[in-house]
Design a protein around this ligand. Sequence first.
Ligand code: ACO
Length: 382
Amino acid sequence: MATATAPTFDKGLANTVAAETQMSFIDGGKGVLEYVGIDIDSLARNSTFEETVYLLWNLKLPTRAELDAFCTELRAEYMLPAEMDALIRQFPRSTPPMHALRTMISALSMFDREADVNTPEANRRKALRIVAKTPALIARFDRHRKGKPFVDPQPDLTIAQNFLLMLNGELPTDAMAKALDVCLILHADHGLNASTFAARVTIATLSDMYSAITTAVGTLKGPLHGGANEEVMHMLNEIGTIDKVDAYMAGKLERKELIMGFGHRVYKAYDPRATYLKTFAKQVAADTGNLNLYEMSRRIEEIMDKAVAAKGIFPNVDFYSATTYYSLGLDLDLFTCMFALSRNSGWCGHCIEQLKGNRLIRPMADYIGPHGVPYVPMAERR
Ligand code: ACO
């Protein structure tokens, strides 16, 4: 019989390995992120979001025929049930998009007959539906709150092209669609981050995939997890012009305030997701007349490099995705929804992975309250 090891308290679970995964590998010291062994920079430069999702779910790159078949399956699931459209029209227009998204993902389960079927085949089909339908959910909610008519997805377009079409009501340029596609690749999976862990905890109870993804969206919403790129844009807007960057940064650094979009719990070297995005962000910013934002970002990076790079603080993926999303015309409060749109693929993959060798995830709490307290009748309590 194996000897039970004494439980240890690990606040934030920072030193606890709670799952095995074959999808992504991170070496924070060296600044490495791989999906199924392939370097993230190669994927960002050469792959597409659809191919990356196939890779994460099948643990291999697809052949041309496999990718075509996969895209056909995804595209068949782009449309929302008509009842979902009616439901979205009932949402208060002032609802923050992440609240709307959490509710919409949850609501999707009511229109899926397989919602409670937990076979690998049914879960794969549900994963496809969630990834394929989320762009329409986000775009429809955004148009609803702006009082604009819904735009239907087109089955011959990619996820990135379709999302921008449904959001803006016009086809994006190739460069715009490519920019979004790169951001989606970079955010697809990232080890056992907080929202992925939350999804695995939910599916491990043998609940269902919609419940797991709803849990994950709620977890991603927190500012310690998914909200930093929105904060980067607020900072750039607050600074305003490049001539004000130096004074703004000097004040921030003197007051020892955090600069949003810098630093990472895991990466103590340059975030590998930011390398290509940085070059790409420049191109998108130039194409859309937002080069000033990019130049402000570069100046901030130069100042931070001198001030804190020695501590292992570098730009993270959020720093340049902020200007990219802004250049694509996205409202700031949609930035975290973009993260969810992409990370859906990782969350669903982790749910399927968890169920392969499932065990209920149930850590312990260290009880720090009193013992032996007598029950005092109501009349005698003070
Ligand atoms: N700006 C300025 N200084 C910073 C920053 C920053 N963004 N991040 C860390 N530092 C400094 C800390 O003040 C600390 O300095 P000290 O040693 O003099 O006290 C040192 O660098 C080490 O920082 P820690 O707090 O130990 O780093 P930790 O790993 O706990 O925090 C975190 C990581 C939360 C990401 C932090 O860097 C931060 O708040 N960054 C800003 C928010 C942000 O961009 N988050 C997005 C992360 S990426 C993602 O979620 C996709």
